[in-house]
Write a protein of this length. Structure first.
Length: 213
């Protein structure tokens, strides 16, 4: 839950002002708004990467302290820049993340194979990230997020590089995550993608309005 959240960078003016919203388990919340409205800032704060200037972010009633605490609480972030290690293969990017969160090497290999298959990337498992197209890199980052199986999944503009078929595939997978009980938050510029979500929070100049609940 985000409660009366304000976020600023350094001593500048707040990027977000008095934002309150609840990401509910089993539902997909779209976060929309023009560039610069604060979508990425909101997701980064919900992921524990930024500290609130005021207000709070809580998971199951517990206020997040930092990114490590968020990870321990099952908060998974698929960032806008994908966050992949270019010197690793697509498969290695998933396996490293899974092992870092406690999976055994054998479980990490199994989950990696299954998640890449869900995104149509089985043939790219052993390719270096720098050898992948922009869309393939984006799908690899999504596959990693899905493989981690968090209780909260934050997806920041994860369909911007995708064609129509893969965009629909990703939207279906986000709803599948909600179906297993995760709270999914999806920042997007795409009105069609937002309309397919269960609720919509619209940001303008750092202020939020819940336009569909």
């Amino acid at each position: 839950m985000v409660d009366k959240l304000s976020v600023a960078y350094g001593r500048g003016e707040p990027v977000l002002r008095d934002v309150t919203v609840t990401a509910e388990p089993g539902r997909v919340l779209a976060v929309t708004g023009p560039s610069g409205a604060g979508k990425t800032t909101l997701l980064a704060t919900m992921a524990g990467l930024l500290a609130p200037a005021a207000g709070s972010v809580t998971v199951d009633g517990e206020a997040l302290r930092d990114r490590d605490h968020a990870v321990a609480r099952g908060v998974v972030l698929v960032p806008q820049d994908n966050g992949l290690a270019a010197i690793l293969t697509a498969g290695e990017n998933l396996q490293v993340a899974l092992i870092a969160t406690g999976a055994s090497p054998s479980d990490a290999r199994r989950l990696t194979a299954a998640s890449l298959e869900r995104l149509g990337l089985t043939g790219q498992t052993d390719q270096l990230v720098e050898e992948l197209s922009g869309g393939q890199q984006q799908r690899t980052a999504i596959a990693r997020g899905l493989a981690l199986g968090g209780t909260v999944l934050l997806a920041d503009e994860v369909t911007s590089e995708l064609d129509a078929a893969n965009r629909q595939r990703v939207l279906d997978l986000l709803h599948d995550e909600a179906g297993r009980g995760a709270a999914v938050v999806f920042a997007t510029h795409d009105p069609e993608a937002a309309a397919a979500c269960d609720a919509e929070l619209h940001l303008v100049d750092g202020r939020a309005e819940l336009v569909r609940a």
